[in-house]
Design a protein around this ligand. Structure first.
Ligand SMILES: NC(=O)c1ccc[n+]([C@@H]2O[C@H](COP(=O)([O-])OP(=O)(O)OC[C@H]3O[C@@H](n4cnc5c(N)ncnc54)[C@H](OP(=O)(O)O)[C@@H]3O)[C@@H](O)[C@H]2O)c1
Length: 289
């Protein structure tokens, strides 16, 4: 029996993805990069996050890096009074991922988010601190209840193999990577490896930071099936088992993104997509932003 993160009843429901510990999270969440950078924009950003959560996109992805802590504070405003409804993900800088520095960084994130625990804490990217030391710190945070689980980000095959060889490496709950129609490198070796360890991929920049939505190939395919380009790009990722975390500060865009859950792509549309945005034909390393 899988432990379930409660998914709000809404038609059609957002599909659930199981993390490696069996916890289910919605396949569509909310990104926060570039939020929390301006006091003037903050009320609108908080309102957008609240709207996205109400639409069922109840996984919020943030990081100590975003807005220098400002994004975590913005998320703190958005989840105030509804903490138990939201699956909160944050990330530690590689240079803060040491035995004591990770504990301090996590405690700062908790204060900015005004919560007592993170649902998922990720190493933002691989740095120079030994992985075993970071995993040790994550495990300590987990035993203290400050994080419920941990994972990694921007880990390609070699890094993941090294992680999984550590005694507690199997506790890695997810790997957050660059993945969208225009960046399919993760599909060659990383996605199969993650699948074999039940580690789901979280797809960051699922809309190519917005640029993908201007791509003529995507526009033509979307027009052909009467879908919005963002809806199509996200439905494609959901169909591949990803947890997609688009960022939007615009409620109309959020509705469009949410509608990806109602779009089933037929085999012929998937073939058209593969012809327009070919999957890797050989060993391809993971791109990073
Ligand atoms: N782990 C990592 O290293 C890493 C790296 C990058 C990003 N991330 C995470 O992934 C999240 C998503 O990536 P991202 O924010 O870089 O890029 P993204 O989600 O691919 O694209 C965001 C851009 O798309 C626009 N947009 C969103 N929905 C739209 C729609 N329906 N129609 C038209 N435009 C739309 C947004 O503008 P509006 O606000 O106007 O809608 C924004 O400009 C980040 O916010 C962050 O949480 C993680």
């Amino acid at each position: 029996m899988l432990a379930s993160f409660p998914l709000r009843a809404m038609t059609p429901p957002i599909p659930a993805v199981a993390l490696s510990d069996g916890t289910e999270v919605p396949a569509l969440g909310l990104g926060t990069w570039h939020m929390g950078e301006s006091a003037r924009r903050r009320p609108r950003e908080v309102a957008a996050l609240v709207a996205g959560i109400a639409l069922g996109m109840r996984l919020v992805d943030t990081a100590e890096m975003y807005g220098d802590g400002g994004a975590e504070e913005t998320v703190g405003d958005a989840i105030a009074g509804r903490r138990d409804e939201v699956f909160v993900v944050s990330k530690v800088y590689p240079h803060n991922a040491g035995a004591t520095s990770a504990i301090a960084a996590c405690e700062r994130s908790l204060r900015r988010l005004r919560t007592d625990r993170l649902d998922l804490y990720l190493l933002h990217w691989r740095g120079s601190i030994p992985l075993a030391e970071t995993v040790g710190a994550f495990e300590r945070l987990r035993h203290q209840g400050k994080i419920l689980r941990w994972g990694v980000s921007n880990f390609d095959v070699d890094d993941l193999v090294e992680l999984l060889a550590l005694p507690e490496g199997r506790h890695c709950a997810a790997n957050q990577v660059l993945w969208h129609l225009g960046e399919r490198g993760a599909e060659w070796a990383l996605a199969p490896l993650c699948r074999s360890h039940r580690i789901p991929l979280m797809a960051y920049c699922p809309l190519g930071e917005g640029a993908l939505l201007q791509d003529g190939r995507l526009l033509a395919i979307a027009r052909g099936i009467d879908a919005a380009p963002a809806q199509l790009a996200l439905a494609w990722l959901i169909g591949r088992g990803a947890i997609a975390i688009p960022k939007s500060g615009n409620v109309e865009h959020l509705r469009e993104n949410r509608s990806a859950a109602s779009l089933q792509l037929s085999p012929s549309t998937l073939a058209t997509i593969d012809a327009a945005f070919p999957p890797p034909a050989g060993a391809t390393s993971l791109s990073v932003i």
